[in-house]
Design a protein. Structure first.
Ligand SMILES: [Fe+2]
Length: 412
C-alpha cells in the first residue's frame, strides 16, 4: 500500500519498464471510451481525456526531450501552446475552459504523438542514462499517474451529465464498503514529526520534515458513511445556515446544493449514486464521497451536536491525520484507497519549503493559497500514490474529486 520504492536505485532497464507501464496504463484507461468520450469537456475544472493523454506527453517533450535530446525538434511546435497546463515559464497556453474545443489534433494523432515521444524517451533512457535523467523521468511518471486519477474523475463528471448514465467499467473503481462500528481512537499528541524523509520519490510540497504540535485529540477509526450523511440531509442540514461557514452558505445558495454530487433518485424515489460502475443504489455503508470542504466542515459541526457518539466532532488537522496514519501503516482504518479526506489545514508551505529548481518549480508551490489539504488516497488513485505524507489540495468548493472525511475531536 505504501510507496517505499526508491527510483534512485533503479537500473536503466528497470526505469524503462516503469516508464512503459505508466504510459500503457493511461491508454488502457481510455480503452472503454470512444473518440467522442475523449473529446468532451464537462466544465472548466475538468479536462477531456484526450487533453490528459496529450498534456502528459507534452510534459515529456518539453521537460525531458528538449533539454536532453541531441538535435531536438518538436513533433508539432503548436502543441506546446495547446497542451501547456499552467507553466508560465514555458510560455502562453490555450485557455483551460476551452480544452474541449480542441477537435484537432484528433485522438488518432495524439496517440501517434504519444508513441513518438515514448519511443524517443525510451531511447534516451537506453543511451543517456544518468541520475539527472532518472529524476526527471521519475517526475514524468508521477505526473502522468496524477493525471490518470484526473482522467477518471473527469470522465465520471462528464458521464454524470448524460441522462443515459453510461457505466465506464463496472466494478473496476468502486469504493469498497465496510460495516465497521465507529470508534474514537487516541490521536498522537505533543510534538510530532511531519513531512517526508528518505530516498523515495515525493513531491516538493511533502517536505521538508519538521515538527508540528498536536493538542490532545481523538480521531475516527473509519470514514463518515453515506448512512450518516443521509441523517444530516434528513435533519435539514443543507437548509440550516447554523452549520455552515458564511462562504459555504453563500456557495450552497448560489449552486443550489442539497446532497453530495452524484446522488440522485429513481422513479420509485430510491436513492442512487452515479459512479463509474453506473447509476446504482446508494451503498449506505460506503464512505460518503464527492463533497466539498464546505460540506465536510458543516457536517462535522452538525454531527458534533446531533449524532450520537460524535460530540465535539470536527475535521482533523493534516498533522493529526499524518501522525495517526504513521501508527496505522497496515492500511487499516480507511486511510487509503477509498476517498481523499478533507482536513482543516490550509495548503501552506512547510517551514523551510523550497520549490524544485527550474520549470518544475511551478508544479506545487504557486498554488499555496486558498486551498485546503486532503490526505489519504481514493479508489481512483494509481498505485504508488498512497503515502502518509502525500498532500493533495483543492479549493473549498471543489467536489468532483473523490473527496470525503473522517472526524476528529479535542481531548480523549
Ligand atoms: Fe499536469
Amino acid at each position: 500500500m505504501l510507496n517505499k520504492t526508491s527510483f534512485q536505485s533503479l537500473s536503466a532497464d528497470e526505469l524503462l519498464e516503469q516508464f512503459h507501464l505508466s504510459r500503457k496504463y493511461s491508454t488502457d484507461l481510455t480503452l472503454n471510451l470512444s473518440a467522442e468520450d475523449c473529446q468532451a469537456q464537462s466544465m472548466e475544472d475538468a479536462s477531456p481525456a484526450k487533453w490528459h493523454l496529450a498534456h502528459v506527453t507534452w510534459f515529456y517533450e518539453v521537460m525531458v526531450l528538449k533539454p536532453f535530446e541531441a538535435n531536438f525538434t518538436y513533433w508539432n511546435s503548436e502543441f506546446a501552446f495547446l497542451f501547456n497546463s499552467y507553466y508560465n515559464g514555458i510560455g502562453d497556453k490555450h485557455p483551460r475552459s476551452k480544452r474541449g474545443l480542441l477537435t484537432r489534433p484528433s485522438l488518432v494523432e495524439v496517440l501517434e504523438w504519444r508513441k513518438n515521444i515514448e519511443d524517443r524517451v525510451a531511447k534516451l533512457i537506453k543511451e543517456q542514462f544518468s541520475t539527472e535523467l532518472l529524476s526527471l523521468i521519475e517526475l514524468g511518471i508521477n505526473h502522468e499517474q496524477q493525471h490518470q486519477e484526473l482522467l477518471l474523475t473527469d470522465i465520471h463528471h462528464l458521464f454524470s451529465n448524460n441522462s443515459l448514465f453510461p457505466a465506464y467499467a463496472p466494478q473496476s473503481h468502486s469504493i469498497s464498503s465496510s460495516e465497521k462500528p465507529f470508534q474514537w481512537m487516541k490521536g498522537v499528541s505533543g510534538l510530532v514529526e511531519a513531512g517526508f524523509e528518505g530516498n523515495g520519490f515525493h513531491f516538493d510540497n511533502e517536505g521538508p520534515k519538521h515538527h508540528a504540535l498536536n493538542q490532545t485529540h481523538s480521531i475516527g477509526n473509519r470514514l463518515v458513511s453515506n448512512a450518516e450523511w443521509l441523517q444530516f440531509i434528513e435533519d435539514g442540514g443543507y437548509q440550516n445556515f447554523h452549520w455552515w461557514l458564511d462562504a459555504g452558505w453563500a456557495w450552497l445558495e448560489i449552486e443550489k446544493i442539497s446532497a453530495p454530487l452524484y446522488w440522485n433518485k429513481d422513479a420509485q424515489n430510491q436513492l442512487l449514486r452515479f459512479s463509474l460502475d453506473g447509476n446504482l443504489p446508494l451503498d449506505m455503508h460506503a464512505p460518503v464521497s464527492n463533497i466539498s470542504y464546505f460540506e465536510a466542515d458543516a457536517f462535522s459541526r452538525w454531527a458534533s451536536q446531533n449524532l450520537a457518539g460524535f460530540a465535539g466532532a470536527r475535521l482533523p488537522t493534516e498533522f493529526e491525520w499524518e501522525a495517526f496514519a504513521k501508527t496505522n501503516t497496515e492500511g487499516s482504518n480507511d486511510l487509503f484507497g477509498k476517498v481523499w479526506q478533507w482536513t482543516s489545514s490550509n495548503y501552506n508551505p512547510y517551514p523551510g519549503y523550497q520549490p524544485w529548481g527550474g520549470i518544475a518549480g511551478e508544479y506545487n508551490g504557486k498554488f499555496m493559497v486558498n486551498q485546503m489539504v486532503l490526505r489519504g488516497s481514493s479508489a481512483y488513485t494509481p498505485a504508488g500514490h498512497s503515502r502518509v505524507t502525500y498532500r493533495n489540495f483543492f479549493p473549498t468548493h471543489a467536489r468532483w474529486q473523490m473527496t470525503g472525511l473522517r472526524l476528529a475531536k479535542d481531548g480523549i
